[in-house]
Write a protein that binds this ligand. Sequence first.
Ligand SMILES: [Zn+2]
Length: 136
Amino acid sequence: MDALSEYKQIEGPEKAGVLSGVVLGNNRYRIKKVSPSMTIEGATRNSCERDAKLANAFIQEQYEQSGHTSIYMGEWHTHPESNPTPSGADVSSVIKIAYLPDNDLPFVILCIVGLESIYWGCVINGKIQKISVNMI
Ligand SMILES: [Zn+2]
């Protein structure tokens, strides 16, 4: 997930995008692609909204390119803090996504890129929990 470190918010407004990956089976998943930042105009140092159209196009493109195996896995965005934690708005937005009928997975990943560390969380059964991710 080196791609994520490149988005570290050393300066400028928040960035955000989506994660695409595959189901390996036995409750194992692999994130394969991190989208470029895709935010709508008006992002500030502490807030941004990702562009839904561009995000959908990215997910669709990955799906086609992977022979229909890569699907939407979640969201990434940046925080201008060393060790980020999700805001209330972050949590409610991913919980909302988890309940969308077109979400094919029983969870949504929330990734927040901080200046020193990356927060990984997962919404499952309407609650967010911190998860550990193996980098390969
Ligand atoms: Zn946030």
